[in-house]
Design a binder for this molecule. Sequence first.
Ligand code: PGA
Length: 252
Amino acid sequence: MRKPFIAANWKMNKILKEAVEFTDDFKLYVKDVKDVDILVCVPFTLLSGMKKEIEGTNIKLGAQNLYYEDFGAYTGEISAPMIKEFAEYVLIGHSDRRAFFNETNQILNKKIKKALEHGLKVIYCIGEVIEERKQGKTKQVIETQLREGLANINDLSNIAIAYEPVWAISRGDPDIPAATPQAAQEVHSFIREMIGTLYGKETSQQLRILYGGSMKPSNVKELMAQEDIDGGLVGGASLKADSFAEIVNFRK
Ligand code: PGA
């Protein structure tokens, strides 16, 4: 009942020429896919070019961040109305933003609200770091990220959650293991339960919860077989058209 949702997070990678090359191949690999939502989240500099590249295809476009004001003297920032010209989605709260750019749950809450106000769809990223997991604090961290990040947001119909255990994110190292499907499922089911408590059962059953952290062609099937894993947010393995297409085609 929840349509699978596979999203690429290119992070700070690709110049336009490389993005075009990727898309030329990728759109052919996935042209017949109807039963999976496909999204590519690209650097701001590629939004305009990629919008043209994906026109008329089954591929959707997203940004990776935004600032929570509409316009003004915020040198170097990009706002929701600017993104909305090109893209349908935005990632909010990726662990890179939390770790390197000091984005707190309070800041992320403002960003989510601003994105929704302008009709953007949001993937809100959450996840614990290794020290938190070792101290047995995973659920506590997840609960706080959900409560604070989603504070005063009443409608989740344009939000998906990405659970990304920070210790499983590849950071360019293909040998970092993903969370086991069981470990991922345990947290996904906790997230759904929490959303049920905060928003009711119907909303929690409709919410798509994506897994992120070293998802690749070799483990996608097993991860997607878990009851509460509805998709993936894919970094390293989304940079090559063939490997990302294999992930999108996980059912084959
Ligand atoms: P990864 O990145 O697939 O390279 O682990 C996922 C992410 O950080 O979104």
